[in-house]
Design a protein around this ligand. Structure first.
Ligand SMILES: Nc1ncnc2c1ncn2[C@@H]1O[C@H](COP(=O)(O)OP(=O)(O)OP(=O)(O)O)[C@@H](O)[C@H]1O
Length: 282
């Protein structure tokens, strides 16, 4: 049983200071977010553009601080970035001057002291090798980031985020820049990875199908300010023998529609005929 990677989000609020009409005012991006995420759970955050998905992920990563409320990982208060949380963004953050192998082992090296025993170093190399194989990068370890496709870059980013065995993996639209076919391949790779690694995952996406395929629980945020609107679990969606969600099943389409209708109900963007006429060219 997995016992680490419990994330508790209590009463999180985040306001930004913005300048409007020469005055400084505060803009509430998130209001009173409460979430308990179990060890090993895969939680997907969806919602209309601008509802605060990335802001929430940045707060969990410790890259930004909440205005109110607290976030703990296994009861440790998040005060800043830490090795217990790995992060993967939409854009690759690989160092361009390092090979895939050096990029992957880099963060693990930082965690090993300079006078580390051989045994610790060989454990680091063993784990890095295992992740390289899991991510299908065996043939690419000597390549530099500019020699990789978008999908390969994201696989290397995921391996790098996992190499130090974080308790929680935070993913912000990691496949958002990939074409539909590569994204589907990545879903298979990542589903396999999630089964092997059992890390807690908090994943932000625009793609509701991706959320259903990868998540145990889907949280819809409403906008202005971002609040938890609805929570769905993917238990009722039919799966094949390998445990993959059946994308062509009626239950899949019905579930997707339920989630989309919540997102539509909470979006503040409106493409009404009236508005479209206003922006139409003469
Ligand atoms: N540094 C900042 N300063 C001021 N406002 C910000 C800042 N970062 C985010 N915001 C505002 O907070 C709100 C939430 O932004 P955020 O990027 O979290 O939304 P999102 O749901 O991830 O959007 P998208 O789906 O379009 O990527 C938006 O209104 C945005 O303008």
């Amino acid at each position: 049983m997995i016992s680490t990677g419990r994330v508790e989000i209590k009463g999180i609020c985040k306001s930004f200071r913005i300048r409007k009409d020469k005055k400084i005012s505060t803009w509430p991006a998130l209001d009173n977010i409460n979430l308990n995420i179990n060890p090993g759970e895969k939680v997907m955050i969806v919602g209309a553009s601008g509802c605060g998905k990335s802001t929430l992920l940045r707060l969990i990563s410790g890259l930004d601080q909440p205005t109110a409320g607290s976030i703990t990982v296994d009861r440790d208060l998040v005060k800043g970035p830490g090795a217990d949380r790995g992060v993967v963004f939409q854009q690759s953050t690989l160092f361009p001057w390092m090979t895939v192998w050096d990029n992957i082992i880099f963060s693990r090296r930082l965690c090993i002291s300079l006078n580390a025993r051989d045994e610790q170093v060989s454990r680091a190399v063993y784990r890095s090798n295992a992740l390289v194989t899991l991510m299908g990068l065996d043939q690419s370890v000597e390549l530099y980031p500019n020699q990789l496709s978008g999908g390969m870059q994201q696989r290397a980013n995921i391996a790098r985020a996992l190499v130090s065995s974080p308790k929680v993996l935070l993913m912000d639209e990691p496949f958002g820049a990939l074409d539909a076919q590569t994204r589907e391949t990545m879903h298979k790779v990542v589903n396999h990875l999630f089964k092997v690694e059992k890390t807690t995952v908090i994943f932000v996406t625009h793609d509701v199908e991706e959320a259903i395929v990868l998540g145990d629980r889907i949280i819809v945020l409403s906008a202005n300010p971002g609040r938890v609107d609805t929570t769905f679990t993917t238990e009722s969606v039919n799966r094949d023998e390998a445990g993959m969600v059946k994308r062509n099943d009626v239950s899949f389409f019905e579930f997707k529609e339920q989630i989309l209708s919540r997102i539509r109900a909470t979006t503040t963007m409106r493409a009404t005929d009236d508005l479209l006429q206003k922006v139409a060219k003469d």
